[in-house]
Design a protein around this ligand. Structure first.
Ligand SMILES: *Cc1c(COP(=O)(O)O)cnc(C)c1O
Length: 386
């Protein structure tokens, strides 16, 4: 029997999306902006607890705008988490700046404060302090904000939080994305909520968002005719897509709850297997568990993450390794990397051993049992057969 495919993180509609989309049609708010965009921005600012929010066409566009607002330009350096999706770093290159990658630490899999400090010390000596640090909250796990922010303050470097994967996650009770000078979220189809494609900037500095708004709408100067004194972009979110987002934001907390339950069930079913370690959750943080991630130590298990991925694929189930660190990407082969310590590269280890399991909030218990059964079969064949 052919089972239906289980995807890693498919869209999960609430049922109310079409109501807002229909409203846009009825009132002919098809063109950019309109009431859905405004409501979605207010909703995000309110949720994140920031002064404002700006809706744009993607998370990547949001990072690009954030870098420009913070003045990143040709010849600058920008520090960026290495263990992340390439969209975290591509906008650095759009700006003609140079990325320097920072390794992870074991407690959160996110940017190592030790590696960051060493990188900044090195930059200080070379008189090449970066303009910005881009910090990623991987798979919905908050980074160590106190440590990272203290270091950024000490060296007077601006902070962009790439919270594309961590919408709904908190650090000491505050939303990830709301700590940095600018935070960004993604509403791409695979994220915890989606507008089919979209992004958001949040900030407590209204001036940053005003500047981002200006740049995202072709940098039009205030005049009745079309006048421009800088180069802008066409990066705003459409009012139709924002309608989808409004309904999605209403169920965000339910989606977080569902993903956390999925994580807990995986953990309960699999954690007793020797050599398996689930992504930790830092004390005083609450992650959205966007993807359930774990490591498989093949010296203990005798099988590798790719063996599990292949077995799941044979069962028509999508799974993935964790992100390939950016310092290992061919396009960034010449970029610098600062590791956790001289003999420890944590992101390399996580890439070699890491596995992301299907984690969609619409996943049924039966779906999850199918995944667990195959993972167990690969990792503990003797228990199943014997
Ligand atoms: C998805 C993602 C992005 C990019 O968001 P898009 O909306 O797809 O452009 C950026 N950073 C991280 C960490 C992501 O996971």
């Amino acid at each position: 029997m052919e089972y239906k495919r289980i995807y890693l993180s498919p869209p999960h509609m609430s049922g109310n999306e079409q109501m807002y989309v229909n409203e846009a049609f009825k009132t002919n708010w098809i063109a950019p902006l309109g009431p859905n965009v405004k409501a979605l921005e207010e909703g995000f600012a309110n949720y994140a607890g920031t002064k404002g929010a700006l809706a744009v066409s993607s998370g990547t566009a949001a990072i690009h705008l954030a870098l420009q607002v913070l003045g990143v330009t040709t010849g600058d350096t920008v520090f960026c988490s290495s263990l992340t999706f390439i969209a975290s770093a591509n906008p650095i290159v759009y700006q003609g700046a140079e990325p320097v990658f920072i390794d992870s630490e074991p407690d959160t899999w996110n940017m190592s404060a030790r590696a960051l400090e060493r990188a900044l010390e090195d930059a200080r000596k070379k008189q090449k302090i970066p303009k910005v640090v881009i910090l990623v909250h991987l798979f919905g796990q908050s980074a160590k904000m106190d440590e990272i922010m203290n270091i950024c303050r000490k060296y007077k470097v601006a902070l962009i939080e790439d919270a594309a994967e961590s919408l709904g996650s908190t650090y000491k009770g505050k939303q990830t994305g709301s700590f940095g000078d600018i935070g960004i979220y993604s509403m791409n189809g695979n994220k915890i909520i989606t507008t089919s494609g979209g992004g958001m900037l949040v900030s407590n500095q209204g001036g940053f968002l005003d500047k981002a708004l200006y740049l995202s709408t072709q940098a039009r100067d205030p005049a009745i005719h079309y006048q421009h004194s800088s180069i802008g972009y066409n990066y705003r979110l459409s009012n139709i897509l924002a309608g989808i987002g409004r309904a999605q934001l209403e169920v965000l907390d339910e989606r977080v709850k569902a993903r956390r339950e999925i994580f807990d069930r995986y953990k309960k079913s699999l954690e007793s297997i020797p050599g398996i370690t689930f992504m930790p959750e830092l004390k005083d943080t609450m992650g959205n568990r966007w993807l359930t991630a774990l490591t498989i130590d093949d010296k203990v298990t005798g099988v590798r993450n790719l063996d599990v991925i292949n077995a799941l694929e044979a069962g028509n189930i999508e799974s993935r390794p964790v992100w390939k660190p950016l310092h290992l990407q061919p396009i960034f082969k010449d970029a610098a990397i600062f590791t956790e310590s001289d003999d420890k590269n944590i992101s390399n280890m996580l890439f070699e051993q890491g596995l992301c399991l299907p984690s969609g909030s619409g996943m049924t218990l039966e779906d999850q049992e199918r995944v667990v059964a195959i993972v167990k079969e690969v990792l503990e064949p003797s228990k199943i057969n014997g």
